[in-house]
Design a protein around this ligand. Structure first.
Ligand code: NI
Length: 428
């Protein structure tokens, strides 16, 4: 029992000592983060400056900061490559911080700071305890492209002293970035990425040999993925909507396909519900003028009013205007190009469906001539065309064609559609 009591007394004594030590160090601190005034340390040979270190975000170089001592006027910053190594003076300064620009990325350094008294310059404070810091690596600059299959390939330049790179990924620019890989080289292919999605990447350089040295994450690079091995075509229907258009819209929807409808403003006013349905099913709606004049023979005012009236009619139904146009008869000139304010979309295949109005001829012609990237011209105002579409949609899909809109097809080919520019198709 005696031994136990003695042990408890000793234990309590040690606790008291620790507590008193803590309170005295607090009293020596200056302003803390919350802004409370604490007693500022006064210069003496027995105190040392309080040192903290952080790395500069842009360069990764260590920034040593310390609290000034009352009565001190200059500070000496010392550095060594190991804790008990040979500390060499880096600088003598009157400031309260110093950026160690000559520090090498990925390496570990130890720093000490010593204050010099105002009154007697030779009088030195106690040296601060050594503070360890690893100089950060430079952050990589990344870019991303699609590989042949349409998967994202992230690349970057090698960072000095980096041994490995961490790749972070998110599906929204400001989303949460998750670490998806760690590689030795300077590129990474994200094979698990799915198609038709946006991906955002950041890369971080690291060096495990330098005990956790790492760069800040790079700025974002992003890409939209798509299966580049897929065959895609754009079916386009002019002059509608008409009495057969809804059936075409239903057929596309049934087979999970999409098309582009170049509408006449005057017909939009007759079939508003069909226009709504085609938009809701994900089809694209384009401008084909109000009542089908040859725009090449019209004045600027008439061309503009043909475009404007049609856009207004479409907007009244679906709440938005069109982003591409097709001139009636495919006729245009430089004036038309200059003032329509939209990409001019023609076609790479015409079926002449309006001329022969023969379902079998249309089907046969398309199936024997179609190729990847085609923009196919048809007219949804004919019954024979509607019948042809009902046959064509599953047939084309069986041949491996994905039915997309004109704007999607351009996007899949990496083409930014430009106002006034004429496009005949998007073949590779
Ligand atoms: Ni037409």
């Amino acid at each position: 029992m005696k031994i136990k009591a003695g042990f408890i007394t000793k234990f309590l004594l040690i606790i008291c000592l620790i507590l008193s030590f803590h309170s005295s160090t607090f009293a020596l601190q200056g302003k803390d983060n919350a802004g409370y005034d604490r007693k500022v340390k006064t210069f003496s040979t027995e105190v040392s400056p309080t040192v903290s270190i952080s790395n500069v975000a842009a360069t990764g170089k260590p920034c040593i900061t310390w609290e000034k001592l009352k009565g001190a006027n200059r500070y000496k910053v010392y550095c060594a490559k190991s804790k008990k190594g040979n500390y060499k003076r880096l600088i003598t300064t009157s400031a309260s911080s110093f950026v160690h620009k000559k520090a090498v990325a990925g390496k570990t350094y130890y720093y000490k700071v010593q204050a010099v008294s105002k009154r007697s310059p030779k009088k030195l404070s106690k040296m601060s305890a050594p503070r360890k810091n690893i100089c950060d690596l430079r952050s990589p600059v990344c870019s991303v492209n699609l590989n042949k299959r349409g998967k994202p390939k992230v690349t970057w330049k090698a960072v000095a002293n980096a041994k490995k790179y961490e790749i972070y990924c998110a599906t929204k620019e400001n989303g949460s970035y998750k670490k998806i890989a760690m590689v030795k080289g300077t590129s990474y292919t994200h094979k698990e990425a799915s198609y038709d999605k946006d991906y955002y990447y950041k890369v971080r350089a690291t060096n495990p040999e330098f005990k956790g040295a790492a760069s800040a994450k790079s700025s974002v690079c992003s890409i939209y993925t798509m299966d580049l091995r897929k065959k895609r075509i754009a079916l386009t229907f002019d002059d509608g909507p008409g009495p057969y258009t809804q059936r075409i819209v239903d057929c596309l929807k049934e087979h999970n396909g999409r098309a582009t409808f170049y509408l006449l403003g005057m017909n939009v006013e007759v079939y508003p519900d069909v226009v709504k349905a085609m938009k809701q099913a994900g089809n694209e709606i384009g401008n084909h003028s109000y009542d089908h004049p040859n725009l090449r023979l019209q004045t600027t005012d008439i061309i503009l009013s043909q475009m404007w009236k049609t856009d207004k009619a479409i907007e009244a139904v679906i709440g938005e205007t069109t982003s591409t146009m097709r001139p009636p008869y495919g006729k245009f000139n430089s004036t038309v190009q200059a003032i329509v304010g939209k990409p001019v979309i023609l076609w790479s295949m015409t079926t002449l469906d309006w001329y022969h109005q023969d379902k079998d001829l249309t089907v046969k012609y398309v199936m024997s001539n179609v190729s990847d990237g085609d923009v196919i011209l048809m007219h949804d105002i004919h019954e024979s065309t509607m019948e042809a579409v009902i046959e064509l949609v599953p047939k084309l899909q069986c041949e491996g064609y994905e039915l997309v809109t004109v704007s999607e097809l351009a996007k899949y080919r990496g083409i930014n559609l430009e106002k006034g520019k004429v496009y005949y198709g998007f073949k590779k």
